[in-house]
Ligand binder design. Structure first.
Ligand code: HEC
Length: 421
């Protein structure tokens, strides 16, 4: 097989480099766990206390540095971990006797990604809260399980203190347990291959870099969330969810009900593919494995560049900019009742009802439009938004409906802006 001196499994220089970077990630992961334990006592996971407790952390000298290390260390972990996965895939470094090193790496990167996503809600600033609302809506689009997933993510109909509690529980217990297990198995995997000695200076490099960055780079932290942010959707995607955001919008073009392919199925297949590589490699030549991996990465890169739009600033204030509500020119026309009942039919026909409801209950993939008639009484706004949501709100995760005729759009607008109890 492909086991020349350059193959990462062969005990050569490349293998040593991979082992050193892996050691670096294990040390950084341990640093993240320790800093998390130090922060835990000072963080208040409630709606009233979260933002001010994080603000106080940031103001502290040593503890402020620890908080920044915790945040930037996580980001660095994802960058280095992602890069190492790529390097190993293209050099077949996942093969026996390195399969445990590989599985530890994949589990670590997946868990740290989850920590990054859940950790973003913890400061309870406006961007964090709106992002959680968007992410739960995206979870709600998965067929059959959608409403259960959304419900579990939010612990209710929209973001609340219970959402924060649940995400903190996952952030503090569930994912760290995965990290600890993966770190232990990673250490064992490295230690068992005594012929490959990791280079210490590479091994401590990620920890050192994160520590230095934490001295001067401000964390992402905006103003405290208010009730208005609990069901608002103006947040730009973060850099780490940006490829998923693009994948969502790309597959949405197939049809409004298909975005789960990009945002859940393809990422799930990628993780499954990576986890199964040591077995797949017994059947498939490295060239094909490299090609499949490149196709996955190409998909996310293309989707990101073509469809995802702007990224939220990774540091400083990320407060979302609200979509302006234009005043209608002249007085609003009274509701045309017949057109509104036509709109109700179109609402079902076009699959709007798959994501929205207009009654007391919440939809799954999108917000409840029960109060929309108060919020946006202007039919012109509704027409423009439904036809092409991104033209109004650049980060919108709602599919566009370019094929709808002017009459269809007017009917939908009448239906939505009809007052209800
Ligand atoms: C795949 C899920 C999905 C489908 C299908 C969908 N929407 Fe939406 N919709 C959303 C999401 C998510 C939002 C939240 C706002 C955003 O991301 O821009 C939204 C927001 C809205 C809003 C409120 C905008 C605001 O800020 O006040 C209206 C009105 C709306 N949708 C109407 C419709 C209509 C009409 C249809 C059918 C033609 C439809 N939606 C189909 C997901 C969906």
């Amino acid at each position: 097989m492909n086991r020349g001196p350059q193959a990462a499994g062969g005990g050569g220089r490349l293998d040593r480099f991979v082992a050193s970077l892996m050691l670096g990630l294990l040390i950084l992961a341990a640093g993240l766990i320790v800093s998390g334990l130090l922060l835990h006592g000072r963080y208040v996971p409630t709606v009233a206390g979260a933002h001010s407790s994080v603000a106080a952390l940031h103001e502290g000298g040593l503890i402020g540095w620890i908080a920044r290390f915790h945040e930037w260390g996580t980001a660095l972990f994802l960058l280095v971990g992602g890069g190492l996965i790529g390097l190993i895939v293209f050099t077949s470094g996942y093969k026996s006797p390195n399969e445990w090193r590989w599985w530890s790496l994949v589990a670590l990167v997946a868990a740290v990604f989850g920590l990054q996503v859940t950790g973003h809600l913890l400061p309870f600033d406006r961007h964090g809260v709106q992002t959680a609302a968007i992410e739960a809506g995206v979870g709600g689009r998965i067929p059959f399980l959608g409403s259960t997933i959304r419900e579990a993510m939010l612990q209710g109909a929209e973001v609340s203190g219970s959402t924060l509690e649940a995400w903190y529980l996952v952030h503090r217990w569930l994912l760290p347990l995965v990290v600890v297990a993966a770190v232990i198995s990673g250490i064992v995997a490295l230690a068992r291959r005594r012929e490959t000695k990791p280079m210490v200076w590479i091994g401590i490099a990620p920890l050192v870099v994160a520590s230095i960055v934490a001295v001067f780079l401000p964390p992402a932290f905006g103003s405290a969330a208010s009730q208005a942010d609990f069901a608002a959707y103006n947040a730009l995607p973060n850099w780490y969810t940006w490829p998923l955001h693009g994948a969502l919008k790309l597959t949405e073009r197939i049809g409004p009900a298909w975005s789960w392919i990009g945002v859940a199925l393809v990422p799930g297949l990628l993780i499954g593919f990576l986890a199964a590589l040591p077995w797949i490699a017994r059947k498939l030549a490295p060239f094909f494995i490299g090609t499949i991996f490149t196709l996955f990465i190409g998909f996310f890169a293309t989707a990101g560049v073509l469809c995802a739009g702007a990224i939220a600033s990774p540091f400083g204030n990320q407060d979302p900019v609200a979509v302006p509500i234009e005043e209608p020119s002249g007085a609003l026309q009274p509701i045309r009742v017949e057109l509104a009942s036509e709109g109700e039919r179109i609402f079902t026909r076009e699959g709007c009802s798959g994501c929205h409801t207009l009654d007391q209950f919440t939809g799954t993939g999108g917000p409840n439009l029960n109060r929309e008639f108060v919020k946006r009484p202007n039919p012109q706004w509704l027409i423009r938004f439904i036809k092409d949501p991104s033209s109004v709100r650049p980060s919108s995760t709602m599919p566009s409906f370019p094929h709808l005729s002017r009459t269809d759009l007017e009917a939908l607008a009448e239906y939505i802006r009809k007052p209800r109890p």
